[in-house]
Design a protein around this ligand. Structure first.
Ligand code: DAH
Length: 337
């Protein structure tokens, strides 16, 4: 029996070295040290031995039990972050603690923050407006006629006949001008909603930043100056900007603002479709009808407005090719920013 015990000790110590998980530790405990384990089995047989032998073998069995228990505790510490009490009653308070992973701001929040700072340095204040909005602010006051396709059920989420989820942040222009007299310099970041089918470039919810500057004497040169300074600050000092004629009901004239492709520096690549240019936002001089809707005299005041998609801007800056990545909460994506 003594030999058998020594052999068991040998095997158990060998096995201890290979334990790698909580389950394996527990199996080991049950197999050797458990109530119905191998050691208990030998101890139960002690009574069959002559007294002399019983003393020696009993002592040996006890020593092995102590040794294996210690060994198991040791293995627990190596394998487990927190030794479950079932396996080991020992808690070593001197072990180093575990740092919980640190969170960080979402890349879209970072992008909005950076853009706010750039416009903030040019004297623009940050304002916000409601996401559930009256049709009046989303369309009518913005000179968008009743038969305009964007007013269609297919292009706007309606809550009721005259209440909707805003489809653009241009609504905030109207809300600000109704409350304040010029001079006005604001940017308005926020969520917008459109019933688009979700794919790599579309989402039913995304973010826009609206901008508005109104004063006596504001002209198209100011629009160009402010936006090109923004483009160079955000995308890098070598960024060139160009304006292409466009149409928006609430601006006249209107422009699509493009920057030289930040990835290929204007040479032409797959991101810019070979053209060397990327559209980053829409802009224009505020339409006189918009001023009339808020009670401003279009003969006295002029202004410019612009609107950009935050996801789009971030995708262009970081070379992200799928808008859905922003909303899936995959830490492998988010932790890169
Ligand atoms: N609201 C427009 C959109 O959602 C973007 C836009 C274009 C805003 C031109 C403006 C502007 O203020 O002047 O597509």
């Amino acid at each position: 029996m003594k030999e058998a015990l020594l052999e068991l000790r040998e095997k158990a110590l060998e096995e201890l070295k290979s334990l790698r998980s909580a389950e394996e530790l527990e199996l080991f405990r049950v197999k050797y040290l458990g109530r119905k384990g191998l050691l208990s089995k030998y101890m139960a047989q002690l009574s069959t031995l002559p007294p002399d032998e019983k003393r020696v073998v009993g002592k040996l069995a006890n020593e092995i039990k102590v040794e294996l228990t210690r060994g198991l505790e040791e293995a627990c510490r190596g394998v487990l972050q927190y030794a479950p009490t079932k396996v080991s009653p020992v808690m070593d308070v001197s072990l180093p603690g575990h740092m919980p992973p640190r969170g960080r701001t979402h890349p879209l929040v970072q992008t909005i923050q950076e853009i706010k700072e750039i416009f903030g340095r040019m004297g623009f204040q940050v304002v916000s407006g409601p996401e559930v909005e009256l049709e009046y602010f989303n369309f009518e006051a913005l000179n968008i006629p009743p038969d305009h396709p964007s007013r269609d059920d297919f292009d706007t989420f309606y809550v009721s006949d005259d209440i909707l989820l805003r489809s653009q942040t241009s609504t905030v222009q109207i809300r600000v001008m109704q409350k304040q007299k010029p001079p006005i310099r604001i940017i308005a970041p926020g969520k917008v909603f459109r019933p688009d089918t979700v794919d790599a470039r579309h989402s039913f919810m995304f973010h826009q930043i609206e901008g508005l500057m109104v004063e006596e004497g504001v002209n198209f040169g100011h629009l160009k100056g402010v936006l090109s300074l923004f483009a160079r600050t955000y995308f890098g000092p070598d960024t060139r900007m160009r304006l292409r004629p466009s149409f928006f009901p609430f601006t006249e004239p209107s422009a699509e603002v493009e920057i030289s492709c930040s990835l290929c520096k204007g040479k032409g690549c797959s991101v810019c479709g070979g053209s060397g240019w990327l559209e980053i936002l829409g802009a224009g001089m505020v339409h006189p009808n918009v001023f009339k809707a808020v009670g401003y005299d279009p003969e006295q005041y002029t202004g410019f407005a612009f609107g950009m998609g935050v996801e789009r801007i971030a995708m262009l800056k970081y070379g992200i090719d799928d808008i859905r990545l922003f909303f899936e909460n995959d830490v492998r994506f988010l932790s890169q920013f």
